[in-house]
Design a protein around this ligand. Sequence first.
Ligand code: DON
Length: 303
Amino acid sequence: MLPIECILRDIHDEVFRQDDWGVPAQYIPELATVSPEQFAISVCLADGQCLTAGAVDKPFSIQSVSKVFALAATLGRIGDQLWSRVGREPSGTSFDSVVLLEREKGRPRNPFVNAGAIVTTDALLSGREPKQALAETLGLVRAMAETEDVFINANVAASEKATGARNKALAHYLQSHGNLQYDPDLTLGTYFHQCAIEMTTRQLALAGRSLARLEAAPSVISRAHARRINALMITCGHYDGSGEFAYQVGLPGKSGVGGGILVIAPRVASIAIWPPGLNHYGNSHAGTRAAAMLTQATGWSVF
Ligand code: DON
């Protein structure tokens, strides 16, 4: 087996050789202008080493990867009460779909589709100002990554707010079924800011260590919550592309339309990958291939 550093360099070179990047998210104007030909991969191992290749210190918009952190914060705050409002089943639909919400009376399938993440953010808000709920999610991310150097990009949040008709529809639909405590604009404002957190792959891989339950990780998420978040990541983390991701990669993963993917190899490694172009599911195109190359080369699949 090649040392991990060589594997990462090979993956980096192969991604550039294939020159097949996908398209950055077009519906958020601030993300549409990001150049697709960029790549970074970071891997934190159980022994505390963090290995990297590519543009590993370049911050990118973590978007839906933030749903993992918001879920961890919400479970930490209200525990299983969340599940009276959100399910734990894959949806088989795109991340912003409204179809199942009508059939299932406003109870989203899982906390990673947009509707479920909006309800999760609404639950995290309970009795607090958006600023406090956001500070809790951001504080958790910083504690997990052991750095204060993680911020929200207000321009990206504003850009999404300006064009977020689909999420507004979802929030109003949830409200009509009594599954939103706050005004849709207030909950969505919080949700858009949470999605606009920026991190480098190095920081994101560091943040994933607690979910991978690596020895060197700060203990900020309980073992029970980490186990359950991983279960949701492998079944729902890539929306209607979750089955394909499990087939190709074989590990829990969470994607975002900024092109980032957090991948967890339980007890072995936390991995963050970022090329900004997306496939037709809205998941990172080259990032999914890179994750598959990594598990192929390392044998880290859980299967
Ligand atoms: O709500 C949205 O549409 C975005 N802020 C996040 C969606 C996302 O990242 C989907 N993941 N691949």
